[in-house]
Write a protein that binds this ligand. Structure first.
Ligand SMILES: [Mn+2]
Length: 239
């Protein structure tokens, strides 16, 4: 692998052998810059328009923060512009009732149709409104989503967008759990053990099929959630 001149130069005076070793381990793909074009801009303004009246469950945080977070994780996982666009719009079909024709009209027929397919493939029927309506089928829906992910193959765009979505949500759960204790589970329809089961199942699939740092990070966050749930530290009883 060739180290670009600018990097090679830095190696010589900043990191010595250790930095050279690190750069040598970086995947070649990460050295080809991903360019964001006006297609990404169009998708971003459409996502803002679609979700402008929504907030993160139980907070006043604009829902778009989640979409930006997921798109950011996708790009950091070496995702393409198209995958980042799918990340921005990954909740649009379930939450905003938009259809393939809307994607084609907003983004252009080819890219719109491909992005729509990615979005549909990574939807787990997990939007709050649906959960509230359909609590009893929660386990069933999540099981069939995990089975569906199992059928995807390494490199599928839906895997990358989905793992980014789950990591962003799992981080929010971990942070709320640390901040507010087990009361935070009340904002979900399924309880802590069901949620923990779901995230463990997701983490197992992603680590097997999407073998990348983002999946290992999800496993790490899920393990920390599991640790808090299973230890029930009395200092964090939050009476
Ligand atoms: Mn989401």
């Amino acid at each position: 692998m060739t180290i670009p001149a600018a990097r090679a130069q830095r190696v010589s005076y900043r990191g010595g052998d250790r930095l050279k070793h690190y750069l040598g381990r970086m995947p070649e793909a990460s050295q080809v810059p991903t360019r964001l074009t006006n297609e990404f801009e169009r998708a971003l303004s459409w996502a803002i328009e679609l979700h402008k009246d929504q907030v993160r469950k139980g907070t006043k945080i604009p829902y778009v923060s989640h979409l930006l977070g997921v798109a950011s994780l996708v790009l950091e996982d070496d995702g393409t512009e198209e995958e980042a666009i799918a990340a921005l719009l990954h909740d649009a079909v379930e939450d905003c009732m938009v259809v393939r024709g809307d994607f084609e009209a907003k983004l252009g027929p080819d890219i719109g149709s491909r992005v729509f397919d990615i979005v549909v493939a990574c939807s787990d029927g997990g939007d709050p409104a649906k959960d509230a309506r359909d609590e009893e089928t929660w386990q069933e829906r999540k099981t069939s989503y995990v089975n569906h992910l199992n059928e995807l193959v390494s490199g599928d765009a839906a895997l990358r967008v989905s793992v980014a979505d789950k990591l962003h949500n799992a981080r929010a759960i971990l942070s709320d759990l640390r901040e507010y204790g087990p009361d935070m589970w009340q904002k979900f329809n399924a309880g802590e053990s069901a949620q923990l089961w779901y995230y463990n199942a997701l983490s197992e699939v992603f680590n097997r099929i999407h073998n990348r740092p983002i999946s290992r990070e999800l496993a790490n966050v899920v393990e920390q959630i599991g640790h808090i749930v299973n230890t029930k530290d009395p200092n964090r009883s939050h009476c």
